[in-house]
Design a protein around this ligand. Structure first.
Ligand code: GLC
Length: 737
């Protein structure tokens, strides 16, 4: 008897102890996330749920204090971690621990055509976000480059959906390995800044599915992005942040997205639509939506008190808020409440090295007649560096991607550091673009005020150029409003500030002229035949000058290729000659349809200034004849195409071998050819590699919008292997039965 009582007491005590040690399910990492979500949801009040679905400050939304569920902290941007701002302001708050590593702009990443660089980029920027305790990075952006005037092209990954898709996936995976959500933006059809808050885009389904959606689809279905940001514009008359077609039908319905949909800042315009059309988190609304900028009125947000009132009155079913909260809790459990996530690091030498590597692989050598480049410092005694962009700070400005960088090596500093005692480097301004660089209360220390006239500056530049061994002109665009900057588009394709005249004048007095265009967009080059060497260098971030100097002096052999076409003139662009950019009365139809970028050039046999996929090297690559594993697509739906590529020069180098496919006869109109694969290969001098591509039936499909499905039609297909979209080296063809 005694023993039994003792046993019962022991069991009872153990049960109590066990009960005390048991974590509630939502706090227990060992439990499946979906179970944790339901447990947390069951414990939350209606008020706590509604608090989660809208901002509480400029860049944060509430957690649940009572349950120990953390707040969500978002941060811009795609190129580096934005400085801390005041609670309800855009202005930076003057903290002293938030100067970040500035990575190259995403056009530069795309120009590397190297998914390994995208993985390195995502890992590095994810570590910075994690260290700053942000759990949502507001990037990357993958809007397609439709017009060279779009102010935000520098933040995106070019004109081709396949290239953007291959490059965005590793970036997302790298970010999210840090327990930070990538928030891919701006979903969707945000291809210009002009009238971005109101323009209603009309586009046919084929173009939507074949051009504008693929990078977002890859981000969601392959990159497994944990968040997506809606865009400001409208599509089918509904704002993209509250759009049943984009968010409910496509994102959730067709792609199975299980993350959180975040509005762009001020992208929500209506409570009902925000409730029922797929939005989860409302940010940046002008408070009650009726007046601008009233601070601390977060309770007036569309999804705040107005939503709570509708729920309390029973007019809206509580399931509507539960759906949103589930997506937000899933974001939380994947990030802040994952006890196993790493701790990140910030503005480190490793991140500086990553920034430089990405920059060096993204710089594009457009032209190099007479092998003027690389500059040989052993024999070059006097280098003239001319142009404002040689010194102008570029990490500040551009809109929401503006950064308070820990440092920024200017092109001039990079060239001087590289030259050292070997050459005398002289700098003159050449032209005046902008005399300041400031944004959100951040002002560059540079004093660029200039009192002299353009004529005086030009005369000085000519004098200096006349006596130099080599002249390096560094110009292009900048991050000011109306240039490469959010909120507005450029008015023209040409270079601003009288640069064209200056370049032509320099070319007349010194044939050893290198023109470096620093920009995030294509520009017109009326002087292209007067200049022997042209380099497209992007906004390269903190390591800009070092990367550029390494390439110009040959310490790094350039290997970047253009992620978008450089047209000769705007009328050579579909969006401008057919597509009614920028729209009229806030209505815009993409009449050019599928024919964006090189697709337009091919269709209309228009020669570009520099084609998509173009980029030279300091060595030469010889392509052999492509071979195909079968002349008919086999039953397993896969063909192998191989092409020998040889480094025929005397310098090691990287070559981006591109594979395009053309459908010779199709019931629906199709582009002449489309990028379907690429490989970036390393080749030592004299080395030859047999590059292998797999071609599958999926690569042959088009989106049949009459049936709303992807399908491939039997018939003949041509495989083009080339060094750019306009430089085909070999073709093979095959039949799909
Ligand atoms: C901006 C941008 C978006 C950015 C957000 C927060 O308007 O469109 O890309 O992440 O607001 O700054």
């Amino acid at each position: 008897m005694k023993k039994t009582v003792l046993l019962i007491i022991t069991l009872f005590v153990l049960t109590i102890m066990q009960a005390q040690n048991t974590l509630p399910v939502y706090l227990d990492d060992s439990k499946p996330i979906e179970q944790r979500i339901e447990d947390a949801l069951s414990r939350m009040t209606l008020e706590e749920k509604v608090a989660l679905v809208h901002a509480q400050s400029k860049f944060s939304s509430a957690g649940v204090q009572r349950l120990g569920i953390p707040e969500n902290w978002m941060t811009d941007g795609p190129h580096g971690i934005r400085a801390e701002v005041f609670w309800d302001e855009w202005d930076q708050a003057g903290w002293t621990n938030d100067s970040c590593m500035a990575f190259p702009a995403l056009t530069c990443l795309a120009a590397t055509w190297n998914p390994e660089m995208a993985a390195l980029y995502g890992k590095s920027i994810g570590e910075e976000a994690r260290y700053r305790n942000k759990n949502v990075l507001l990037g990357p952006g993958v809007n397609i480059y439709r017009t060279p005037l779009n102010g935000r092209n520098f933040e995106y990954m070019g004109e081709d959906p396949y290239l953007a898709s291959r490059m965005v996936v590793p970036y997302i995976q790298g970010v999210q390995k840090n327990g930070v959500a990538a928030c891919v933006k701006h979903f969707a059809l945000n291809n210009q800044e002009k009238d971005r808050h109101t323009v209603n885009v009309t586009v046919d389904d084929r173009t939507l599915y074949e051009i504008y959606l693929p990078a977002f689809k890859a981000a969601v279905t392959e990159g497994k992005a944990w968040a997506i940001m809606g865009s400001y514009n409208r599509y089918k008359g509904q704002w993209a942040c509250q759009n049943e077609y984009l968010l409910n039908d496509i994102l959730r319905g067709e792609w199975g997205f299980d993350g959180a949909v975040v509005s762009d800042w001020g992208g929500v315009n209506n409570t009902e639509q925000a409730i029922y059309h797929g939005l989860d988190m409302e940010f940046g609304s002008w408070t009650n939506g009726l007046s601008e900028g009233k601070s601390n009125a977060y309770d007036s947000y569309y999804l705040a008190d107005p939503f709570l009132d509708l729920l309390r009155s029973g007019k809206v079913n509580p399931e509507e808020v539960d759906k949103k909260v589930r997506n937000i809790l899933r974001l939380v459990f994947r990030t802040t409440m994952d006890r196993n996530r790493p701790f990140g690091s910030f503005a480190t030498p490793e991140h500086g090295l990553a920034a430089r590597q990405i920059a060096e692989e993204g710089i594009v050598l457009l032209k190099n007649t007479d092998n003027l480049l690389p500059i040989r410092l052993e024999t070059t005694k006097k280098i003239a560096v001319i142009g404002e962009n040689a010194i102008k700070m570029m990490t500040i400005g551009g809109g929401s991607s503006s950064l308070k960088a820990k440092y920024e090596i200017s092109p001039l500093d990079g060239i001087k550091n590289k030259a050292g005692k070997r050459a005398d480097v002289v700098y003159v301004r050449g032209y005046v673009g902008e005399e300041t660089a400031e944004q959100d209360g951040l002002k560059s220390a540079q004093n660029l005020t200039e009192t002299r006239s353009p004529e005086a500056l030009l005369a000085e530049a000519i004098d200096v150029a006349k006596v130099a061994d080599v002249v390096i002109f560094i110009g292009g665009l900048n991050k000011h409003d109306g240039q490469d900057c959010e909120g507005a588009d450029r008015e023209e394709l040409g270079l601003p500030y009288g640069q064209d005249q200056l370049i032509s004048a320099l070319a007349k007095v010194n044939k050893n002229l290198v023109v470096v265009i620093l920009s995030g967009n294509a520009v017109a080059m009326p002087w292209v035949n007067e200049v022997p060497a042209i380099v497209e260098t992007w906004y390269l971030g903190s390591e800009a000058g070092n990367a550029l100097a390494n390439v110009l002096t040959g310490d790094v052999n350039p290997s970047g290729k253009l992620p978008f076409t450089f047209p000769v003139q705007l009328s050579d662009v579909g969006a401008h000659s057919l597509g009614d950019y920028p729209g009229k009365d806030y209505e815009e139809t993409y009449h050019e349809g599928l024919f964006v970028g090189y697709r337009w050039n091919d269709k209309n046999k228009i020669k570009p200034l520099f084609p998509f996929g173009h980029g030279l090297s300091y060595t030469q690559f010889a392509y052999g004849k492509a071979a195909i594993s079968a002349k008919t697509m086999p039953a397993n739906g896969q063909l192998i195409v191989t092409v020998p590529v040889k480094n025929a020069g005397n310098k090691a180098g990287k070559e981006i071998v591109q594979l395009y496919i053309g459908d010779e006869k199709s019931s629906l109109v199709r582009p002449v050819k489309e990028l379907k694969s690429f490989r970036k290969i390393d080749l030592a001098p004299g080395e030859e590699k047999n590059v292998e591509f797999t071609v599958s039936v999926d690569d042959l499909k088009f989106f049949d919008d009459t049936k709303h499905e992807w399908r491939a039609e039997p018939g003949k297909f041509t495989v083009y292997v080339g060094a750019s979209s306009a430089d085909m080296r070999s073709t093979v063809d095959f039949e799909l039965k």
